[in-house]
Design a protein. Structure first.
Length: 627
């Protein structure tokens, strides 16, 4: 097996060398289904922007993803289809002007939508998009009134208790809902035939949601000022927040969804369609398009920092020298993109100093813990020999340590923004959108970095608190939940490697319980797999077919937790060796999540970098001196 692993490592490294861009980064696509493609068509048509070639290319991709029953899915095994995605595709294809309602593909899509409850059954955020483009009725009052932005930090619930991505997406919606804004054009299609003929009035708020809404309203009443004055002040503050969070490329916080919403919100506030800020935002969105298998796709954002940091680290783990041009170019790219600006994170971390990294190359002021530790791993081996790396290294570590939340865990973007009150709002999966809680995958990966690549003592309070947090949040079956990956295999890999790096013995009962769980879900072919359904159902759900990425995560966890090769490890490595060149639906299956049940990510880099890591760690531990 020694020669086989070495051969596969060389194959993967050659592939990664060839895929590296001239700037040193890896710009693999950040693929997220069809929603962004649909919304781009709707945006261009609504604003009357002539981009016919792009619109046609996007319709081609949308149609290529349609199922035989007329529906679109978020992932391969999502039942018969997803009604929100299908409605968005139906709307976009009609709005493009290249397809009519009598097209057999749209007839099939309409049939699916009506058979599954009609347009009223789509996700709340799809309803908001439909409302702002004149296809759906705004509710009598919105969940969170615009004046919410005026509540002081001392109030039990306030604007800055929302997650940074919650603020970026919710604030434009608050502006639009406040004015019941809609922008409908002459060529806009008529979707009224997607409503079923029922007379039941739709309720946007349940009992708990009404209670929270009442609390917010009472807080607004306590503010000093007349009603009209408060409204004017809220609009001004909302506009200032948006304008202050526009990146250099024109996007709002670097995300497609928030930028899309921002454009409509600014129009609602009186901006003309051809205002420079709006035109620059559209240009920023256009710059995020990418080609995948011959089809044009609008990325939600880019994953350049994430891909580059992980690949640089994996290559070095596999034996590539830090002075190799591939690594040098990658790490210089990363150093140039370390953050120097204060972002919203400072509100909950006033003693912190900028030093993190963001997810995309666009991002300059809202770093995240995972990208920061990933980037620090990538430059670790160069710190001792390259003086220019030392300051970046120290700033990064200090920022990571400063971002530890109460309870010992680490969240993605901010600390201590996990108010349980926001979960009362009747927004599907509000905990994924409005809050940024610490998660086992983030905590585990942070501990793995601190324990393995820094001189931090295992008895350091941050390390001990992180360990306690992980042990407290282990599932009863021995797994851990992974917030940003799919899902329990991802979380368990991160937690096991983190605990051991933080000084916990492999004999620890929690680690052994996790090992037993991983072994229990191994497939007959030696691989591992997991369905995207796991996040929505809050339990491990098998996919039915092994995948390269899940297998690599599971094998890597077992290698760290095993003093010698086990049968499970050998079978897992054998699966990776035999299937490394595999290309089917499993290699395109999402391995990342943004929002359970609504937003999934296919990272094109994962099939290369994580098997590479598993092979490298197997060789390091079990084949030293043999290869």
């Amino acid at each position: 097996m020694v020669q086989s692993i070495s051969s596969r490592i060389n194959q993967l490294l050659e592939r990664l060398r060839n895929d590296q861009s001239e700037d040193g980064a890896w710009h693999y696509p950040f693929e997220t289904g069809i929603s962004t493609d649909c919304y781009m068509i709707i945006l261009l048509r609504t604003l009357g922007i002539d981009e016919e070639n792009l619109i046609q290319q996007l319709t081609d991709r949308i149609l290529s993803k349609q199922g035989n029953n007329g529906a679109w899915k978020l992932f391969y095994d999502e039942g018969r289809g997803n009604i929100s995605a299908t409605c968005e595709a139906y709307y976009a294809l009609l709005y493009s002007g290249y397809y009519q309602k009598d097209d057999k593909r749209l007839v099939a899509a309409k049939k699916f939508i009506l058979a599954h409850g009609g347009i009223k059954k789509v996700h709340m955020f799809t309803k908001i998009m439909l409302a702002m483009t004149g296809q759906y009725k705004w509710p009598t009052f919105f969940l969170i009134p615009l004046e919410f932005i005026l509540l002081p930090p001392s109030f039990p619930v306030n604007f800055y208790q929302l997650s940074v991505f919650g603020r970026a997406n919710l604030l434009p919606i608050m502006i639009l809902a406040d004015q019941k804004f809609s922008l409908k054009t002459n060529p806009s299609p008529d979707l009224s035939d997607l409503f079923l003929r029922d007379r039941v009035e739709e309720k946007w708020l349940g009992r708990d949601g009404r209670a929270l809404h009442s609390t917010i309203k009472e807080g607004i009443k306590s503010l000093v000022g007349m009603k009209d004055q408060l409204k004017k002040k809220a609009r001004m503050k909302a506009k200032q927040y948006i304008l202050g969070h526009i990146e250099a490329d024109g996007t709002f916080s670097s995300y497609f969804s928030s930028t899309f919403l921002m454009i409509f919100a600014l129009i609602a506030l009186g901006y003309k369609k051809d205002h420079p800020i709006i035109l620059r935002a559209i240009k920023g969105l256009m710059s995020m398009r990418t080609e995948i298998d011959g089809y044009m796709h609008m990325q939600y954002t880019t994953a350049s920092i994430w891909n580059t940091s992980l690949i640089s680290y994996a290559a070095q783990e596999a034996g590539v020298h830090p002075d190799d041009p591939m690594v040098v170019r990658a790490n210089e790219y990363l150093l140039k993109r370390q953050h120097h600006l204060y972002g919203d994170w400072v509100l909950h971390n006033p003693e912190g100093f900028p030093g993190g990294w963001g997810f995309s190359h666009i991002n300059t002021f809202h770093p995240d813990v995972d990208d920061t530790t990933a980037s620090l791993r990538a430059i670790t081996r160069s710190v001792a020999t390259r003086a220019e790396y030392r300051q970046s290294w120290e700033r990064g570590i200090l920022w990571v340590l400063s971002m530890q939340s109460h309870g010992g865990g680490w969240a993605a973007f901010e600390k201590n923004t996990n108010s349980p009150l926001f979960k009362l709002l009747p927004i599907e999966k509000a905990e994924f959108i409005l809050t940024d809680p610490p998660s086992p995958d983030l905590t585990g990966r942070t501990l793995e970095f601190l324990g393995k690549y820094t001189n931090l003592s295992k008895q350091h309070p941050s390390m001990q608190a992180g360990v306690r947090n992980l042990l407290k949040n282990q599932e009863s079956d021995g797994s851990w939940y992974g917030r940003w990956g799919i899902c329990y295999i991802y979380g368990t890999w991160a937690a096991v490697t983190g605990l051991i790096a933080a000084g916990e013995a492999v004999q620890h009962s929690s680690i052994q319980k996790a090992v037993a769980w991983l072994k229990s879900i191994q497939n007959e072919d030696g691989g591992w797999e997991e369905s995207c359904k796991s996040d929505s159902e809050s339990m491990f759900v098998p996919l039915g077919t092994s995948t390269l990425t899940h297998t690599a995560w599971a094998v890597d966890a077992l290698i760290v937790a095993s003093p010698k090769p086990t049968r499970e490890i050998e079978r897992g490595i054998d699966f990776l060796l035999k299937n490394l060149n595999r290309k089917d639906w499993t290699t395109n299956y999402p391995k990342g999540q943004g929002m359970a049940g609504g937003f999934y990510i296919h990272y094109h880099s994962y099939r290369y970098l994580f098997p590479l890591l598993a092979f490298a760690h197997y060789q390091q531990k079990f084949e030293k001196g043999q290869s």
